[in-house]
Write a protein that binds this ligand. Sequence first.
Ligand code: KG4
Ligand code: ZN
Length: 339
Amino acid sequence: MSRKYTTILGIESSCDDTSAAILCGNKIMANCVATQQIHQKYGGVVPELASRAHQEQIVPIIKEALSDAKIELKDIDAIAFTRGPGLMGSLVVGVSFAKALSLAIKKPLVDVNHMKAHVLAHFIETEGTKPPGFPFLCLTVSGGHTQIVEVQSSDIMTIIGKTIDDAAGEAFDKAAKMIGIDYPGGPELDKIAEEGNPEKFSFAKPRIKDLDFSFSGLKTSILYKIRDLSKQDSDFAQKNKADLCASIRKSIVDILIEKLLKASKDTGIKTLAIAGGVSANRELRRRLRMLEKEGYEVYIPKFEYCTDNAAMVAIAGKFAFERGEFAAQNVSADPRLKW
Ligand code: KG4
Ligand code: ZN
């Protein structure tokens, strides 16, 4: 491998995905993700089980990434890891491993904010695409967060809108559960929705001012509709699964797009991006693409960089490395890490 470029090992362990990636320059040489299946039968992430699974998977996943990238530990210039936000027990595994590895191979440590990393995933070099120019707006939508970020540079980002209750991913997962789809239901609901009629059912729309979001009213509205219609036919949800999925998906995506457009109007920024697990949603991606015809510049990440992954941690780490920002050996995981 060419030594012209900075090589970063990225480590992600904030929730229920253990991931390691190798970045060389702005190119990803390996991005390995071990998704924990254990949580499915409990209907949500069980923190204790997540940290145990991270401990089991962290060494194999790093070995796999090094092997995929065809490099050795000595070729790495720095180790970037997710410091937070996330689950304490999960974060601790990645943070402790990164610190121990840094001592062993005598390479610097770079701490990364998971939510900033989701935004910076847009700067991973991908064939046929270019990164967004600054400033841009990034709708960052995951299982734990829903926010509109005004991105001035790789370091200066301001949250200009956020959810006041559930996150968009949480809304997808909870709605999916109501129609009998296993956790995490978001991706499956999205798949089933492709076959359904999005106009079949309508739900209460939130009335939240400014750029903030709310999904709890929508959740209640979905619950009541399913409950009421199931009184006449106990098989209602099963029989109308595709139409329910399509209608729920449309309602959530409508809320997201409406606020993103308001943010664009308020700030005058017409370069729009999406990031985080929910940016894998097909309808959200289509609706964003449609905005190109209206004069917006649109950036949508590759599927593998939407949900949690270490490639985004590595690119965020590279920016910090170039700014000369390193973590000390006494750095600790921070589940509520602020911007
Ligand atoms: O960013 P992420 O992988 O983890 C967090 O940091 O939370 O996001 C996970 C969330 C889950 O709620 C999952 O259901 C949702 O993203 N998600 C989707 C889709 N793919 C993942 N939601 C809707 N449609 C999808 N295709
Ligand atoms: Zn995430």
